[in-house]
Design a protein around this ligand. Structure first.
Ligand code: ADP
Ligand code: ASP
Ligand code: MG
Length: 481
């Protein structure tokens, strides 16, 4: 029996899923670098599936087109569309086999004609729906999948672009759609294995998906990481490689902390916590699909593939008392509800968060004083006004009776989070974090500890955030480890 198992494992097709982000797709040189990774790995694995992002900046440009159309600035969106055409044509001429170039340019023109038609109608109507925004923002990945697939063909591989509108099935929560796993796996396993059996490397559009009716949706900004993990889960991939523009997941955002270091090994839950609390290197939902099947993920640099990068598995390398990283989330507002009348009155917290939930705002952090006289919570700043109105409405009786003194709002705050499974059951960690910020006389507005005991979060003003992150990184991660 055991012998049979070993034999099955050897016979099982080993599948590698590789995702390339925007910078890795951002220029002909970058795409050639990415193609080299795929042609090398195609020799080593039974099957390789590629997931790509749009070229860097293209999704932003598409959104800018819609914004310009809303402001009736046809000149602006026409200019952006011409720039998009030039950039994609240049990539085609540099990367695609000569005989494919004319057809590819015609395809780009047809996608851009769709974009122009959308913008014209937004301009006339003076509005755009979330569904309309998804129909526009999916075009970057659509254009680029064709180009990178042609680039792989030029490198001697057999390849085919695949539109994930046909593959990843979601609900109709446009712009942040939720995948329907069973439907998705069914489609993925109908569509991709026949291509793989023919020796084809599929180049799947990341970020985009479709409702059961086939209407385009997207998985939220940065969502192609999530697309890759979903496909890995459905296909039972052996590994996922997330190829980006830094050497791996680092101890802090390298644009804020220049001496941040690559973390060689991370546990799934540490990485989830990091992504949730703002480490932009992975989309917050990326880890969730690969945990159940225990699929390892490697985060690596397209431009430095010799570097081992970060390996994410169920094992952590964190030692007791050691911390892994510090992250920050910007553009947030802190609400504080205070009042003596809140003491022991049941239901105020429930009604507060009920009022927030009706607005569809996600609460990123909650902190309640032990005296029960205040509740503080943090929501994205773009929800501030709606949340304020909703609270004033739903808590009007308590406000009138002065059980609640008022609803205070501090706009433009940042949540800084220190993460590491090494902090579990280790006393003194918070003291080290707070000493680091106190040294710089930075005012900590609120504090919360993650229930997993993997993280401590503090809220500071946006002016203090950079220095606070740098100091915590120096004192707690560099000097502390
Ligand atoms: P891609 O286009 O490849 O998906 P992203 O720009 O989405 O790349 O993510 C990579 C970027 O994330 C890095 O260039 C870096 O600036 C930023 N980043 C933020 N926090 C971290 C971190 N802790 N580790 C690594 N990179 C981080
Ligand atoms: N192109 C999309 C974005 O810019 C998705 C991604 O890059 O992952 O958000
Ligand atoms: Mg990304």
């Amino acid at each position: 029996m055991a012998g049979k198992k070993v034999q099955d494992a050897q016979e099982a097709k080993r599948l590698l899923l590789v995702k390339f982000g925007g910078t890795s797709m951002g220029s002909p040189t970058a795409q050639q670098q990415a193609a080299k990774i795929i042609s090398d790995q195609a020799q080593l694995w039974d099957n390789v599936v590629v997931v790509i992002s749009a070229m860097s900046g293209v999704t932003n440009s598409l959104i800018a087109c819609a914004d310009a159309a809303l402001q009736r600035r046809e000149d602006q969106y026409s200019t952006i569309i011409t720039e998009l055409q030039t950039r994609h044509f240049e990539a085609i001429h540099a990367l695609a086999p000569r005989e494919m170039q004319a057809d590819l340019c015609a395809e780009i023109d047809s996608q851009l004609a769709t974009l122009k038609a959308f913008c014209d109608s937004i301009q006339v109507m003076g509005e755009v729906t979330a569904r309309g925004m998804d129909a526009i923002s999916c075009l970057g990945e659509r254009m680029n999948a064709r180009i990178f697939s042609a680039c792989l063909q030029q490198a001697g591989l057999r390849s085919q672009p695949v539109d994930a509108t046909e593959l990843i099935v979601t609900d109709d929560n446009f712009q942040n759609a939720r995948p329907l796993l069973d439907e998705t796996c069914q489609k993925v396993n109908n569509l991709l294995p026949p291509l793989l059996e023919d020796g084809i490397v599929p180049v799947v559009t990341g970020f985009i998906a479709g409702t059961p009716q086939g209407i385009p949706t997207t998985l939220g900004r940065g969502g192609s990481d999530y697309s890759a993990s979903l496909l890995a889960e459905c296909l039972d991939a052996s590994e996922v490689w997330n190829c980006t523009d830094v050497d791996g997941v680092m101890t802090a955002d390298p644009s804020i902390v220049p001496d941040a270091r690559v973390i060689p090994q991370l546990a799934y839950d540490e990485m989830s916590e990091m992504a949730y609390f703002g480490a932009k290197v992975l989309h917050p939902k990326t880890i969730q699909p690969i945990v159940a099947k225990n699929i390892p993920m490697r985060v690596m640099n397209t431009f430095n593939p010799q570097h081992p990068g970060t390996r994410i598995t169920k094992h952590s390398s964190a030692l007791r008392g050691k911390l892994t990283c510090v992250t920050g989330i910007k553009n947030l507002s802190l609400f504080t509800i205070e009042g003596r009348g809140m003491l022991g009155v049941p239901g105020i917290a429930a009604r507060t968060f009920g009022a927030v939930a009706t607005q569809g705002a996600s609460v990123l952090m909650i902190s309640q004083s032990s005296s029960e006289q205040s509740i503080a919570f943090v929501v994205p700043s773009d929800m501030e006004r709606k949340v304020q109105a909703s609270l004033q409405h739903d808590l009007s009786v308590e406000l009138e009776r002065a059980d609640i003194n008022g609803i205070q709002i501090q706009s433009d705050v940042v949540i800084i989070t220190v993460i590491g499974s090494g902090m579990r059951k280790t006393p003194g960690i918070s003291a080290r974090v707070f000493n680091a910020v106190a040294k710089e006389k930075i005012n900590v507005i609120a504090i919360a500890q993650g229930s997993s005991e993997y993280s401590i979060s503090l809220v500071v003003t946006s002016q203090d955030a950079k220095l606070a992150i740098q100091e915590i990184h120096r004192e707690v991660i560099i000097n502390g480890n």
